[in-house]
Structures are given as C-alpha cells and as structure tokens.
Design a protein around this ligand. Structure first.
Ligand code: COA
Ligand code: AMP
Length: 633
C-alpha cells in the first residue's frame, strides 16, 4: 500500500483533531470552534464545538462572493417531462434566499422542522437549502413512500411546514402527491401550520383553504432572507431510515462536521473540485441525494445534476450516457442496480457508442454490495475506473472507498477497498474479540465516529445508544458483517439484522411483516429478502392463515400485496407472498428466516440443530418452488 493513503489514514486515527481542524479551514465559519472534538459528549462525540456557520452560505453565497456566480450550480434534466433547466450559483442563491423568505414570512425559524416530500425537481433542493439558510431542520421523505409512512415521519419530526409538489412522474404513471399528503396529515396526530405546494402541469392539487399555499404565488413577491448562523452541533437535517421495526429511525446530521467532511470527501474520494460536474443519479429522498446531489457538490463549488428519470426506459438504456455527454459529467455516482438494469437491456453496450464520454473520469457505486459481474461490465464498457464504496445513511459519507483524489489503489472486485480517514473499522466476534484477517464478524467502528456521522437519533438518544452503541461498548455497530483481508481491504458480506436492500433502497423486512400481520386473515408471517438479478434483493412473504379462514388464497395474497403498497409504498417492491401451513422455528419459537432465505436462493443450508420440526423445511421448499424460488442448482 502506498504511503499517501496510509499516512493520511494513520494521521486521522492518531490525531483526529489535527486532521479535521485542517480540513475545516476549507469551510467559512461565522465563529471558530472552541474545541475540534468533544469526545466525552453524550450520547456521542461532537465536532467543532462552539463553532458557528451556515451550511447554505457555504453551499451558495460564498461561491458567488468568490466569483462563481455565473457558473452552473444545478442542472435539472427530466426526460419524463422533456425539460432541462440550469441554475447558475447566483440564480440558485437568489431563488433559495427568496424561498427562505417565504418560509420565514410564514413563521419558520431556526430549529423548526420542515418536511420536504418532493419528486426530483429543483424545488426539492431549493426547499432543503432554504431550510438550511434559516437554520430550520429539513426532513426529506422519499416520494415512493405511502401516506402512512409520511404520517409516521410527521408525528416524529413535528414539522411546522410541509413542502410538496402536485405530483411526481414515474415512467408509466403520474403519482399524485396531494392526496397522499392530505391522507398523511389526517392520519398524523401532529398537524403542520401549513403546506406549500409546487403545482406541476401533469396534475392539479386541490388546495385546502387556510392551510395550503401555492409555491409560485408565495414566491411572486418574496423578499430574500439572509443566512442565519447556527451552532456547528445544531441539526441540519433529519433523515428517516429503516430500522428493525416499522418505526423508522430519524438520523440526525449536524451542520459543522457535515460541511467539513463532505467538502473534504469531494476532492479526496471523488477527485472533483470546484467547477467540475458531479452527478449522483439517486433521489433527494435518500442519503446519497442529500450528500451528493445537494450538499457535498455545492459545498465544493461543483455543478450538480438532478435527473428525473430512470437508467432505462426514459427513453432507452442510453439515457445515462446522454446525460454524461450533454453536461460533461466528470463523475457519476449511482447504485449497482442501475447498471444491472442497463446491462440487462443493452448487454453489448451498443448505446455507449452513440455518445462521447471522454469527459468522464470515473464511476462510483454504492448502496448495496457491488457484484463483480456488474463491476467488470461497467469497467469494460466504460473503460474508466469503477469504485465500489461502502456507506450508510447513518454515516452520511463513505466508510470505505478507493480514494481516487488521494491515491488510486488496486481494485479487488467485491471489496469497497479500504477504510476512509476517521473510520477506525474493526471486525469483532460475538464476544467482542477482534477477528484475525479473513475471518467474518460484526463490522464496527471504534469511537469517536468521524465528522458528519450521526450524533444521535431525533429525540431518541436512548434508541441511538441501544441500536448502535450498546452491543460493543466503545464501538459503533454498523449492522453489516464482513471481514478485513491481509492488505487491509474490507469485505462487506451481509446485514446482521432484518434490513434488505431492494434496488439500492433500504427496507426493513420487520416493517413489512408488521403490515402483513395486521391483515385480519393472517396468524403469523415472515418476510425474507431473496436474491434478485436486477434489484439485488426482493422481499418475499410467507404467511400462515388463521384457523377457519377459507377464503380464496389468491384473493388473500393479492390483498396482502395491496396492503403493503398502501401502507409502505410502491418502493417496497413487494409483489410476492405465499400461504404456508406453518413456519419453521427453533424450539424456543424463533422463526428461521436465514434458513428460508438460503432455501429460496437455492443455496446449500444446514438444518439448524435447534429446529423444532425439520419436516417443515420440505413444505416451505415446495411452497417457495410454487412461486418460482428454491430452484435446485
Ligand atoms: N415516487 C413514486 N413511486 C416511486 C418512486 C417515487 N419517487 N420511485 C420509485 N417508485 C415506484 C416505482 O414506480 C415502482 O412502482 P411499480 O411497482 O408500480 O412499478 C416501485 O416504486 C419500485 O421502484 P424501483 O425499485 O425504483 O423499481 P423500478 O422498476 O421502477 O426501477 C431501477 C428499477 C433499477 C431502474 C431503479 O430502481 C433505479 O434506477 N435504481 C437506481 C438506483 C437508485 O436510485 N438508488 C438509490 C440509492 S443510490
Ligand atoms: P443505506 O443506509 O440505505 O445507504 O444502506 C446502507 C446499507 O447498504 C449498508 O449498511 C450495507 O448493508 C449496504 N451497502 C451500502 N453500500 C454498500 C457496499 N458498497 N457494499 C456492500 N453493502 C453496501
């Protein structure tokens, strides 16, 4: 391993304060910090304590002041509406300041929460930055979630305002947001003071007098609002992510550490700088969207891209190549599933030949394990470096990557390469001992976590400690299992909880089970993540009927699929459930989900010694075969 990465990494671990204080010089502070790191803060260490800054100022105003006002800040490309629009830094600053004026005129101030439930349109980014400008805390909810999920987030975040649009656009349907919003507010105990709705021509929104406001009307006479300095440790946003139950966890991100680490990551990991075009083909509803559609890119002075479309079908598998060549994208960041979708439709890469991709330096993939086949295909077809990197909503930036801006390291397909500065990754056995190289264990991070990682869960220090810090005192539990090899490369193999990754979207099988269990005909159920060639994993349900239920089983399963779509949303991609007579369990009553998953995937499995009745596995195998799984190799 060459010295560059190694020297930097070791310094970040032995002298975290020196390392991050230096990185913090690249951010504009209203007040410099008193302490770089308060390692004793509870429930977790805090960065840049005593410092004050404004994240929106650092994303926009300072670049305008530095002479970048005419540079493109945000490009919106929407094949689903056939629109393109570019905002310069000056235009984006002006629009954001005016929308901040709208919010503050309606009473939103520092510390208030604002939910942003938006499709991939510039107004989503504008709303996020406007909150940051006022020191208000945004919580973006992905558009593919149903009213019920939105209601849960409303009750937890207790927003003063909700910003939304009349609709989102999926390739074959218009998703009307307003009925979902109205239903969510009806379901929630907390009621916001008001809602601001961006009307789109594809769907109209019926407005509720006294509560709903039209975005364009509000913006028409809006006065710009100034940036409000906030403490480095104040929350910038809350982003809900799947936990082990149906109740999502509100990951909190602070202002100071976040700005420092994300700005640092742009140059050192992605090897881009001010003026470069960086495209994160994700959604602002996910952490990738927060970090690299909005904040990281703009903090660094890059040009960011918001793409409202899919990798395939809008209109063809050449969509990504068109965008890269049209806007001279240097780095593309997406999930492996997007490349699997392209590869499926255009295995030979014939669409690539139609575009000039000489502007592109590299491709970064994350969100799920990158299977070597996808990595090889992308690398061969693009003829560019392809970097798999590992991170989580909780960390906000990569735990492990190939840091192209520091040093391009040898690629080992299947590994996201090495730990990034600040992340002291260890592999522990069940009883907390460090595992030797090559042996699997729990992947943990020795505390303190580096800047930008979550300091707690929203209004839930206890839940934060229970979920992440109590399993191995002194370490953050990532929830991933894997190993380190002799060259210090990390290998992420599986989750240790019930979280699955469907098309790069994080879902809790426990959350889906809660919905199935609420059906009046269901006695008990299990949901497992089965391997899927396109989406990586897909949730499949197994349900046991209550005694005496003799309704048509097809009707019941269709009802269950509908229920999950209604309660969680289409993003769950829950399409398959099979009725079984019994579920396999241990003698103590624990459902053997891991064994069923292996069965479904046609993998070798060991019959657990603790199984109550091994014969059930044969029944389950037949049931899974009836729906196309558990095929013998
Ligand atoms: N609003 C409303 N519905 C949405 C939505 C949104 N923002 N995003 C997705 N959905 C819906 C889809 O329309 C689909 O509904 P359907 O069951 O009626 O077909 C369902 O949710 C599942 O969506 P998705 O998992 O995205 O599947 P898809 O078949 O539409 O597309 C891919 C598959 C692979 C092309 C797509 O997932 C993709 O491009 N992934 C890229 C990676 C990515 O964005 N990762 C995020 C983290 S980096
Ligand atoms: P999310 O919070 O949605 O970003 O999901 C985080 C989870 O996705 C991680 O805990 C991993 O299980 C998985 N993940 C993300 N990136 C990778 C990767 N590069 N390799 C393997 N798993 C990954």
């Amino acid at each position: 391993m060459s010295e560059n990465y190694k020297t930097l990494y070791e310094r970040s671990i032995t002298d975290p304060e020196g390392f991050w204080a230096e990185a913090a010089e690249a951010i504009d502070w209203d007040r410099k910090w008193d302490r770089v790191l308060d390692a004793d803060a509870k429930p977790a260490a805090r960065w840049f304590v005593g410092g004050e800054l404004n994240t929106c100022y650092n994303c926009l105003d300072r670049h305008v002041e530095a002479g970048r006002g005419d540079q493109a800040a945000l490009i919106y490309d929407s094949p689903v509406t056939d629109q393109q629009k570019t905002y310069s830094y000056r235009e984006l600053q002006d629009t954001v300041a005016r929308f901040a004026g709208v919010l503050s005129g309606r009473g939103v101030k520092k510390g208030d929460r604002v939910i942003v439930y938006m499709p991939m349109i510039p107004e989503a980014t504008i709303a996020m930055l406007a909150c940051a400008r006022l020191g208000a805390i945004h919580s973006v909810v992905f558009g593919g979630f149903a009213a019920n999920e939105l209601a849960t987030r409303i009750d937890d975040a207790k927003p003063k305002f909700i910003v939304t649009a009349s609709c989102g656009i999926e390739p074959h349907r218009v998703v009307e947001y307003k009925p979902l919003l109205d239903k969510a507010i009806e379901l929630a105990a907390h009621k916001p003071d008001g809602c601001i709705i961006k009307a789109r021509p594809q769907a109209s929104a019926s407005m509720i007098e006294g509560r709903d406001l039209d975005w364009d009307d509000e913006m028409a006479g809006a006065e710009p609002a100034d940036c409000v300095p906030v403490a480095a440790t104040d929350p910038l946003y809350i982003l809900y992510t799947s936990g082990t139950t149906g109740i999502p966890k509100g990951v909190v991100r602070d202002n100071g550490g976040h700005a420092v680490a994300l700005n640092w990551s742009m140059k050192n990991i992605y090897n881009v700088d001010a003026g470069d075009v960086f495209w994160a083909a994700s959604d602002v509803g996910w952490v990738v969207g927060h970090s690299y559609i909005v904040y990281g890119t703009l903090l660094r002075g890059c040009t960011t891209l918001m793409y409202e479309g899919k990798p395939v079908g809008t209109p063809d598998p050449g969509a990504f190549w068109r965008v890269i060549s049209d806007y001279k994208v240097r780095v593309l960041f997406t999930a492996p599933t997007a490349f699997r979708a392209i590869k499926k439709e255009d295995p030979e890469g014939t669409y690539l030949a139609k575009y000039d991709l000489s502007c592109m330096d590299s491709l970064f993939l994350a969100g799920e394990r990158c299977d070597p086949d996808t990595l090889f295909w992308a690398r061969d077809k693009l003829n560019k470096p392809v970097v798999d990197h590992w991170w989580q909503t909780e960390t906000g930036w990569a735990i492990a990557a190939n840091p192209l801006g520091i040093q391009a390291m040898e690629v080992k397909p299947g590994s996201p390469t090495v730990a990034m500065p600040g992340y002291d990754v260890r592999i522990l056995s069940d009883d907390g001992r460090e595992m030797p190289d090559g042996d699997m264990g729990d992947m943990v991070i020795k505390l303190p976590l580096p800047p930008a990682c979550l300091p707690t869960l929203w209004n839930n220090d206890r839940g934060f400690t229970d979920s992440y810090l109590s399993r191995y005192p002194g370490y953050y539990l990532s929830g991933d299992a894997g190993f380190r090899d002799a060259d210090d490369y990390l290998w992420i193999m599986s989750r240790t909880d019930d979280i699955i990754n469907v098309a790069g979207h994080r879902l809790s099988t426990g959350g889906i089970e809660e919905v199935l269990a609420s059906h009046p005909d269901i006695a008990e159920c299990a949901v497992i993540g089965v391997a899927d060639q396109l989406k990586g994993e897909l949730p499949v349900g197994l349900a046991v009927l209550k005694a005496g239920v003799d309704r048509d089983q097809g009707e019941i399963t269709a009802g269950l699929v509908k229920l999950v779509r209604e309660r969680i949303g289409p993003v769950a991609a829950f399409k398959t459930v099979v009725i079984v007579a019994r579920l396999p369990k241990t003698r103590s009553g624990k459902v053997l989900r891991g064994t069923m998953k292996k069965l479904a995937d046609g993998q070798e499995y060991r019959v657990p010694a603790t199984i109550d009745d091994p014969a059930i596995l044969d029944e389950i195998e037949r049931s899974l075969q009836s729906i196309g799984y558990a095929k013998k190799a």
